[in-house]
Design a protein around this ligand. Structure first.
Ligand code: APR
Length: 280
């Protein structure tokens, strides 16, 4: 496709032009894709930021390699490192950021078609994004089950075990398998919801990508599904994936909360965003 003949929907590659595009009424479906970068401002480390990322701070767990802590075959042999980490990551202690609130605001305005998140912290739900508008591509801590018989494990007992840093085991005497939260480990398939809903990325009039290195597939292939001629906006510290390669890609590099505030201001939604954020 010769992109030079594509009708440019953006006046230029700025957040102000994105705001004009939204205000023009041409935008009916916004697709959002997020990673750990939108929760660092909430106090949850991301994975790969040099120095501060989780993978740079797991020395105390003596892992063969950092990602082993989320590897299903490693977990089967040695579940302890994961449960040390789970105590620090378990949801409930953290608060949604302005970026989470912005996604909830898009939903409130009927503009959010689908949010695809890689995060397991449930902060999007906490911010008020409706469950039917969220695909938790890497699962979440919301539920847990035995990895052998798949029987669900009670949440209150899970909480007790995590707080006591005790490894929970299946309550079925015949089974006694290891219990793991329903987060997707390396070596496990993504939820069916992901493959069922990922085609919606190709229907978006506008795609916002926030706080992800786009290093883990198949999630990282989502931005490629976006139809050419439909703008993709990256809110991230650095350029990632193929973002910036298309004529209507917009790069808002820096803290995602700042980029989101700038877009909200250009839309005239800054007060509404702040109020929503303060009340989540
Ligand atoms: N503002 C903007 N960008 C940020 C911010 C911030 N406040 N904080 C971090 N970032 C950026 C980092 O620069 C990096 O590009 O967010 C990205 C985070 O990348 P990762 O740490 O790799 O996190 P993520 O992309 O979500 O990882 C994907 O890897 O370990 C697996 O399953 C795990 O879901 C996770 C997947």
């Amino acid at each position: 496709v010769d992109e030079s003949v594509q009708p440019q929907v953006l006046m230029d590659r700025s957040l102000e032009a994105v705001a004009d595009y939204i205000k023009s009424g041409q935008v009916k479906r916004i697709c959002v894709m997020t990673g750990a970068g939108i929760s660092t401002a909430a106090g949850i480390p991301d994975f790969r930021s040099p120095g501060t990322g989780l993978y740079a701070n797991l020395k105390r767990l003596n892992l063969p390699h950092a990602e082993a802590v989320f590897d299903i075959s490693y977990f089967r042999n040695n579940p302890d490192p994961f449960y040390v980490l789970a105590q620090e990551l378990y949801p409930g202690k953290f608060y949604p950021t302005i970026s989470h609130a912005f996604i909830a605001l898009l939903a409130r305005k009927g503009l959010l078609d689908m949010l695809f998140t890689q995060n397991i912290d449930c902060l999007e739900r906490r911010a008020g994004v409706p469950a039917d508008r969220i695909v938790e591509a890497h699962g979440s801590f919301a539920t847990q089950r035995c990895i052998d018989c798949k029987v669900e494990f009670p949440e209150d007992k899970m909480l007790e075990h995590i707080q006591a840093s005790r490894v929970p085991r299946c309550e079925d005497r015949e089974c006694r398998g290891l219990v793991k939260p329903d987060i997707v480990f390396f070596g496990e398939p993504l939820p069916r919801d992901f493959s069922a809903k990922s085609p919606r990325a190709s229907m978006a009039d506008l795609t916002l990508i926030l706080g992800t290195s786009l290093t883990v597939f198949p999630f990282a292939s989502l931005p490629e599904l976006v139809t050419r001629g439909k703008p993709r906006v990256l809110f991230n510290m650095e350029r990632v994936g193929s973002l910036g390669s298309r004529p209507d890609d917009v790069l808002a590099l820096g803290q995602c909360d700042e980029g989101v505030r700038k877009l909200a201001k250009a839309l005239g939604w800054d007060e509404e965003l702040d109020t929503l954020w303060r009340n989540v």
